[in-house]
Design a protein around this ligand. Structure first.
Ligand code: FES
Length: 65
């Protein structure tokens, strides 16, 4: 089964208070779900309103629409 999920967050969700901050991925690009691994930095160049697909092998963005 495959699933296409549309997400528009460009950074993680921070959960406080913890002994240390915990960042939960909200962009969908992490390789360490549910935790942010910094992969959201690839979202910085996205244009508002555009839809992007990310190559699962390279992790590079491919503009879909
Ligand atoms: S928010 Fe997804 S990798 Fe950071």
């Amino acid at each position: 089964m495959a699933r296409l999920v549309k997400l528009d967050a460009t950074g993680p969700i921070r959960i406080d208070p913890q002994e240390k901050p915990v960042f939960i991925c909200a962009c969908g690009l992490t390789k360490n779900f549910p935790f942010c691994d910094g992969a959201h930095k690839k979202c910085k160049e996205e244009e508002p309103g555009a839809v992007y697909r990310y190559d699962p092998e390279t992790g590079e963005p491919v503009r879909a629409e």
